[in-house]
Structure formats: C-alpha cells, structure tokens
Ligand binder design. Sequence first.
Ligand SMILES: *Cc1c(COP(=O)(O)O)cnc(C)c1O
Length: 410
Amino acid sequence: MIKINENFLKLQAGYLFPEIGRRVAAHAAANPQAPIIKLGIGDVTEPLPPAIIEAMHAAVDEMARDETFRGYGPEQGYEFLRKAVIENDFLPRGVDLEPDEVFISDGSKCDVGNFQEIFGLDNVVAVTDPVYPVYVDTNVMAGRTGDALQQGGYGQIVYMPCIAENNFVPELPAEPVDLVYLCYPNNPTGAVAGAEQLSKWVDYARQNKAIILFDAAYEAFISDPAIPHSIYEIDGAKEVAVEFRSFSKTAGFTGIRCALTVVPKALRAYTAAGAAVDVKAIWNRRHSTKFNGASYISQAGAAATYTPEGKTQIRAIIDLYMSNAATIRRSLTKLGYEVYGGVNAPYVWLKTPDGVGSWDFFDILLSKADVVGTPGAGFGAWGEGYFRLSAFNKPESVKEAMDRFAKLIW
Ligand SMILES: *Cc1c(COP(=O)(O)O)cnc(C)c1O
C-alpha cells in the first residue's frame, strides 16, 4: 500500500489568495459594471524593456543555428551570468564572491522552498510574523513542524512578531533557533532592516551556529543609501547566511523565470557529532541532482539587465512602481491613515482605521471602492489589523484607487 507523506495533510488550505479570488469574483458577479482596481497582487505589470527583449530574441536565433545551438547548460548557470551578477550586484557594495558561490535557477520561490531540505529535521525554524508563506509551508511539508494550531500557525515553529513597535524587524528569539528566515526589504510589510539590525542577527547566528536564509527579492527597490542591499555587507555574514535574489520583481521576470542563490564557501552546518560541513558543496550536490539549469534564453535576458541600456530601462520601471508607492503613501497619510513601507519596497502596509479587522477592511474596500488589497491577517496572526497595498499597477489606476479611498466614509 502506497503511503502518503502525512506532513502534507497538516497544511492549512492555501487560504489567502483563493479566498481573495472568491470574494472578488462574487463582487464582480453581483456588480458586473464594477471598475475593479487590483492592488492585491505581488506581480509586476509593466512589459519587459527593449534591451531584455532584444537579448532574448538574439538568444532564440542562436538556438536556430547549428553553430550556436545550446542544449543543457551548467546546472549552476552560465558563467557569463554568474560573473555579471557578481560584478554588478555585489562587488560595487564591497562583497567579493567567486562564480561557484552563485547558483542560477528558475526562481527564488523554488530556491527558498528547496533550501531547507539539506538541513536536518530536528532544527528549530524561526520566521517573522507576518511572513511569506513559502518559508513555513515548505518546512511543514518536510516534517519539521507540528500540527496546525487553533490560533493559526504550526507547532514547533518560532514566530517572531513584526509590528510597528519594532519597525517590523524581529527581536532575537528567547529560545535557541537553528534556521532563520529573514526577508528585507520585506514582503508584506515593505519594511527594511538596517546594518545594525542585520548585524545583530549575524552575530546571533555566529554565536548559536545557526543559518540565516536571507530573501533579498526586493533589494533593487531600496532608495535609502544607508540600507544594505546584501546581508554580506555585514561582517561575518558569509559564515552564516544564504542569500536569495530574483529577476522577477527587479526586472519583470515573473513570467520569464530567473533567479540566483548565493551560498558562500565559508558557510558551515554541522553533523550531530559537531563536525563542520561545507554547505555550498551539499547545495551544489542537491542542485545538480534535482535541477538541470535555467533556460539559456532566460539567462541571456537576465544578463541584459546589466548592460548600460538594460540598467537604465529596468531602473525606469522600478521608478514607476516606486512613484506609485509614493502616491499611495502620500494620499493615505493625508487621509489620516497610519502607513508603513512603500519607500524602499513596492508594498505599503497600512494600519486599518478604528481597529477594523483586516478581512472586514478588505470587504469594505471592495464593496464601497471596488479596490482589492491583501488582508494582513492572511500573512500571519500579527498581520491582523494591517492591510497590504501593492505598487505594481499603472499610475492612473493607482491614482484612481486613491481618489476612491478619499471618498470612503467609515
Ligand atoms: C516575489 C518574491 C520572490 C521571487 O520569487 P520568484 O520565484 O523568483 O518569482 C521571492 N521572495 C519573495 C518574498 C517574493 O515576494
């Protein structure tokens, strides 16, 4: 008899986005003329700029000729891309990496979801609350957690509250933890972590022989020059941190698929007997066993984001999204809302007025203003009372959504 992996049965139904979809569909069915504006999704809206399109067209043409056709590439990614990543994303910030410390893939969601599998099941996992659900659910599937709890979340996971009072950066946990997921700039709160805050975490990891999985998917949206773009800007981080980056939000690659994971050669995990193990070697073994490389065409497109034209063009798109974020912040602040984020990240995290629950706020906004956002409670218990608005949309739509907010009467 074939047995199922019962850890999968512990998973709570993917509740958030299906539930939003259901409520939006019901509203649209009841109000077929409703001019719905979606500020709920974490997906880009602008098409790819010309420098990237040209590079991908050229790559397709290479595939059409005997002399330039390419089959399987290196599982870790083409050297041209790994070198471009290091030279453009890391060296200018004082972070020196070798090409074999950079692993190209087809997405950060897979990398950040897969990485946990090279660690033992008895590690204690710590996540922020609110949290990007991938970090939690992949640990549930692996069997590193207890059952779903009545109050939300899962047993045996350490949830670290991120609220206005701590600027949405968690305090160090009271109990020892082994694997820590941090995401800055943060989805969903739009918060950033400064060098001092990251240093505390790096020191903690070094003292406790823990590892930090640092999700930097939104680093390109940082505007404050004092905020680190990479955790490796912090001394000692190469011994304790993995960093995930993606071309998805940076360059509009959500439908193209290309990302990278940095696993420094200095990074160590330990056997039960306490012997140090080279994590990069293990990840390389895992990656090359289960993954056969990202598409050459995607990698050629990703490399084009580092050409002078590519840089200018993707910067213009990021600026457009960030000007949307500024519009949202400015409008809501004027209306008296407490707003966070939206300065170094494409998300604005607002406190719901008068202590309205985040799902009630969702329903009011949808029914009275035809605007869709994301209830904070969907990202964790500490997200209750908050609401996420995304800056990924057309400027006209964002302005229109803000005009409707202004007419909302509570
Ligand atoms: C969008 C996003 C990613 C990127 O995922 P891809 O699979 O590379 O598209 C990673 N982490 C967070 C928190 C995100 O919001």
